[in-house]
Structure formats: structure tokens, C-alpha cells
Write a protein that binds this ligand. Structure first.
Ligand code: ADP
Length: 287
């Protein structure tokens, strides 16, 4: 059984982060400094744990009864319940129009639910004060199909810019950027512009930028949509590695081959509803 341990103001440990964020769960080590765990936190319900010694698994993301109707009346999500524990790797699949992008927009608070709760580390995103929105958004790293890099900045500066805008001092930015560039394997391309990079390298840059804040949740929205199959596999391997380093990953994709080969949790949306939520699953229902 997964035990939910929402973070409340009373239970939160105090911490002093470089950007002065007062809120959040446990202090996190930069991902490149973390030892690779031999198994995921989410997998710890395994038989080798005594029954009377449950390890509480923190829920990073919880959606409860979420419905989203757009102003034109279109129902994009209907009564969605979703729990994502720390360390999980989730593929979000479903046909075009099923509601995948809407679900992601609710997570990054681009949209608000019409009904229901969206909780990140126990905090209700729908009820955040406006001034807290940027802080909470930084707990989520996002990459998109089209990379969204700044064309006139080098790889290093694209990644560092994400910290610069939060007022992080240079002495913190430089080692943080070096660290994530090592994780994504782009140390040698640090001084190149996006236009000088391959598609795969541009996506790696976007991944580094999304990681530099040590996000709690890493969202990839169709990250291999513009890449050929070989490069797509490299990107998937990188996301799996990031997950092994302890980052919770949610990836929306149409890439059936990858989903079926990797055998992770698959959440399938259809017509705004979750119609399947299975661990170790294929892209298509197998029964
Ligand atoms: P997916 O990402 O799975 O393709 P979307 O979340 O983009 O699905 O869309 C879900 C439904 O919501 C679709 O019917 C789509 O037309 C509708 N929709 C998405 N965005 C908007 C919007 N801004 N205004 C009105 N309807 C929208």
C-alpha cells in the first residue's frame, strides 16, 4: 500500500535554498551528486520488506476528481484521479484530443481545473497565491517536442538562464550548469548555439535546462516527436537515467514502440478519462 504523506506547513523541514524558497519537502541534492539507487522508491513495496514495516512513499503528484471544461464548453478532462509516487516513471498515452496536453497544462498551472484538486507535494496548485506560482513552477521541469531554446544563447547560457532569472548568483549557476550538462552528455557542446546542434542535442539542452532547478517532477511532452528513432531511443535512455537518479518522470507520448519496450507505468487517456493505469505495461492494452 502506498502511504500518502502530504507536506503541510507543520511537517515541512526548514531549509535555505539559494533562491530563498521557503517552502517544499526535504532538501534535495543536485541530481548529478546523487548515488544511483539500486531500486526506485516507488518499487519499495516489494516482498523483502517486513509487512509491519511499511516505508511511507511520498506522493509527488495527486489529481483528485479533476474535470476541465474550456470556456467554449469542450470537456478536456473528466473526473480524473491520478497518484504519482516519488520515483515513478509514467507514460501518459492516448489519441490526439484525449486530454494529455490539458493534463500537463494543469500541472504547470497554465490552466486551472474546473473541478477537483491538483496537488504537487501536497500543495493545491489551484489555490496558490499568485506570488507563489513561479516558485512552485520551478519544482517542475518541462520539455516539449519543439525544444523552445533561445537561439542566440549558447547551450551553457540557455541552461544557466533558467537560474539567472531567479536571481541565483553566478558562483552557484556555473557549477550547477556544468553538473547538468555532464548528466545529459553535452559538456563538449557547452559553447555552441542551438542552431549548431542536432535535434537530439537540442533536446538534451532542453532537458538540462529543465533539470537545473532539481525539479520534483520532470514532465516530457512528446519529447521525441521531432526526432528520428535512433535519437529518440537515446533521449528515452537519458530520461530513464534521470529517473534512476531519483527524479519522478511523467512523459506524454505517441511512441508506441518505446512505451512497449520500456515496460513502465502506462496511464491511458481517452476522451478526457483515464481508461487504463497499469504498471509494466505496453502502449496498447494486451488483454
Ligand atoms: P491531447 O493533448 O491528448 O491531444 P488536448 O488536451 O490538447 O488533447 O485536448 C483535449 C480536448 O480539449 C480536445 O477536444 C481539444 O480540442 C480541447 N481543447 C484543448 N485546448 C483547448 C482550448 N484552449 N480551448 C478549447 N478547447 C480546447
Amino acid at each position: 500500500m502506498i502511504m500518502v504523506s502530504p507536506v503541510t506547513d507543520e511537517t515541512k523541514p526548514s531549509q535555505s535554498r539559494h533562491d530563498g524558497e521557503p517552502d517544499g519537502p526535504a532538501p534535495r541534492r543536485p541530481i548529478a551528486d546523487r548515488p544511483t539507487p539500486t531500486r526506485h522508491v516507488a518499487d519499495r513495496s516489494a516482498a523483502d520488506r517486513p509487512l509491519d514495516d511499511p516505508v511511507p512513499t511520498r506522493i509527488v503528484l495527486a489529481m483528485q476528481g479533476v474535470t476541465k471544461a474550456y470556456p467554449n464548453g469542450r470537456m478536456a478532462l473528466r473526473d480524473v484521479d491520478l497518484m504519482v509516487p516519488e520515483g515513478d516513471f509514467v507514460f501518459l498515452v492516448g489519441p490526439s484530443g484525449a486530454g494529455k496536453s490539458t493534463l500537463i497544462k494543469l500541472l504547470i498551472r497554465d490552466e486551472l481545473p474546473t473541478k477537483g484538486l491538483v496537488l504537487l507535494d501536497g500543495r493545491d496548485l489551484g489555490r496558490l497565491k499568485r506570488r507563489d506560482v513561479p516558485k512552485v513552477r520551478r519544482r517542475i521541469g518541462v520539455v516539449f517536442q519543439d525544444f523552445k531554446l533561445l537561439p542566440n544563447k549558447t547551450v551553457r547560457d540557455n541552461v544557466g538562464f533558467a537560474l539567472e532569472v531567479t536571481g541565483t548568483p553566478r558562483r552557484v549557476i556555473v557549477p550547477a550548469v556544468d553538473r547538468v550538462l555532464r548528466v545529459v552528455g553535452l559538456t563538449g557542446q557547452a559553447d555552441q548555439l542551438p542552431g549548431q546542434l542536432s535535434g537530439g542535442e537540442q533536446q538534451r539542452t532542453a532537458i538540462a535546462r529543465a533539470l537545473v532547478h532539481n525539479p520534483r517532477l520532470f514532465i516530457a511532452d512528446e519529447p521525441t516527436g521531432n526526432l528520428d528513432p535512433v535519437i529518440s531511443w537515446e533521449i528515452i535512455q537519458l530520461l530513464l537515467r534521470i529517473n534512476e537518479l531519483g527524479v519522478t518522470v511523467l512523459m506524454a507520448t505517441h511512441n508506441a514502440e518505446v512505451v512497449t519496450a520500456v515496460r513502465k507505468r502506462v496511464v491511458a487517456l481517452e476522451n478526457g478519462r483515464i481508461v487504463r493505469d497499469e504498471h509494466g505495461a505496453a502502449y496498447h492494452r494486451e488483454d
